[in-house]
Design a binder for this molecule. Structure first.
Ligand code: EPZ
Length: 429
């Protein structure tokens, strides 16, 4: 299994181009099931997760063609016919977002059998809100032997659905099902993340009628059919925030291109409070740090536009060497501090109690072998390693490959000493 080896201490200077958002791309790919015409997605990230979903979509009847288009990496998805409405356990288990094929399959064919995704490293992550939304739209749902059996033989019907709390996946799932339902659907308490706006824009380009994305109430007027379209995947806000934090950790000056500063405003405010220099530009942003020690800053994760849970681990890495004590509160997932023992191996001083971590900044981290546990936790170890003395080796890099495209290339282009060690033996335990 591959490892990433990082020798800390180098400043980062240069440009980092940001890829299309993983968490948009995978939902947009599932939207392609809603039409028998081709959907062309441009600005596509090339990631393990998008490849993996492509594999599932092919089984359902899609032709998935990746190429280098006139506007960069693109994927064309074309499902003339759904040949199977069955998403098996082995595929859904490996990537939870595969569960979101349920709504499109149901909307297009009137039936689907999709495995329940199960829990994952960061928490139990139930899908009750997804299923309630589909039931409200008239689907008959049975759970049996770990599978969701969904039926809507006479099609789905618009409804008013009120979410008790914000869920990105459930909002997207309800949208994907409601666009082909008869009549109007109103989603109250909808998630407001940029991925929802991206999905709504793509669905509208396909002929859907979705209004209000980005706010907490969405109105969807169902249409009889959707068509093909071309849609550019929005920039990855988590990748943007991750490299902003990497630049702040290592020091230097990094320009993040092909992205938007407004997508990570809640992070940028906290970085400025810590003493990082942030320049917001039309075509991205510039992050500068001249070497002065940063201040400890407290954060709490929240649904968008609050501080993203997907940036919590990376921010904590920055705080490990800040001046003073910072408190990091995680409010979205119950088990999202798995990076803490690994950061501690690098010399960080962190005490976790419930959903709160107290981080006392130390003068310096020390390189060590560490283990990636999930996607965002693993990149927090890379950030910490950039400022650690000596070499850090991150094991289980497949977590990183799920969501960060050419990470070592992008960092080393700015002067970081990062290399991939191919096929290294996995440490025991
Ligand atoms: C999405 O997950 C992202 N994943 C996550 O990113 C991200 O952390 C999360 O949104 C929050 O921003 C993808 O987009 C593929 P939720 P999702 O439904 O949709 C609870 C990454 O690293 N909940 O907004 O699954 C849930 O357990 C990943 O890229 C229910 O109780 O998140 C959580 O506590 C990790 N019942 C909260 O809601 C439900 O039916 C918010 O989850 C659904 C969710």
């Amino acid at each position: 299994m591959d490892q990433i080896a990082i020798t800390g201490g180098a400043h980062l200077v240069g440009d980092i181009p940001i890829s299309g958002a993983k968490n948009s791309a995978i939902k947009l790919m599932t939207a392609s099931l809603l039409t028998d015409e081709p959907l062309r997605l441009t600005n596509m990230p090339r990631l393990a997760d998008t490849r993996f979903l492509g594999k599932l979509l092919r089984r359902l009847g899609a032709e998935v063609t990746e190429s280098e288009g006139p506007d960069g990496p693109q994927t064309v998805l074309h499902t003339p016919e759904i040949v199977s409405a069955f998403a098996p356990y082995d595929l859904v288990r490996q990537m939870r977002a595969s569960f979101n094929v349920l709504g499109p399959l149901l909307a297009r064919t009137g039936h689907a059998k999709v495995s329940l995704p199960g829990g994952c490293a960061i928490g139990a992550r139930p899908v009750d809100l997804h299923l309630k939304a589909l039931e409200a739209l008239g689907a008959h749902i049975d759970l049996n032997e770990g599978y969701v059996y969904a039926q809507a033989p006479r099609g789905l019907k618009g409804a008013t659905i009120e979410f008790p709390f914000s869920s990105v996946g459930a909002t997207e799932h309800a949208m994907l099902a409601a666009v082909l339902a008869r009549g109007e659907t109103v989603l109250i308490g909808a998630a407001r993340e940029p991925e929802i706006v991206d999905l709504a824009d793509c669905l509208n380009a396909m002929g859907a009628k979705v209004e209000g994305a980005g706010g907490s109430t969405l109105r969807i007027v169902g249409v009889a059919r959707l068509t093909g379209a071309t849609h550019a995947v929005a920039p990855d806000r988590i990748e943007t925030g991750t490299y902003a934090l990497a630049a702040a950790m290592a020091g230097g000056e990094v320009r993040l291109t092909n992205t938007r500063a407004d997508l990570i405003e809640s992070l940028l405010v906290k970085m400025e409070e810590a003493g990082v220099d942030v320049e917001r530009r039309n075509d991205g942003l510039i992050i500068r740090r001249n070497g002065a020690r940063l201040n400890a800053v407290t954060i709490e994760t929240d649904p968008y536009p609050g501080f993203a849970t997907d940036l919590q681990a990376q921010f904590m890495a920055l705080m490990t060497v800040a001046d003073g004590e910072s408190v990091v509160r995680e409010t979205i997932f119950e088990n999202r501090f798995m990076h803490v023992p690994e950061l501690s191996r690098l010399g960080a001083d962190i005490v976790v109690s419930g959903g709160e971590a107290r981080v006392r900044g130390v003068d310096c981290l020390q390189g060590a072998p560490v283990m990636a546990t999930d996607l965002r936790a693993s990149v927090s170890l890379v950030i910490a390693a950039l400022a650690a003395k000596g070499e850090t080796v991150v094991n289980r890099v497949y977590h990183l490959d799920r969501g960060f495209e050419r990470l070592e290339e992008k960092l080393s282009a700015c002067g970081a000493q990062v290399r991939r060690v191919k096929g290294a033996a996995e440490p025991e335990g």
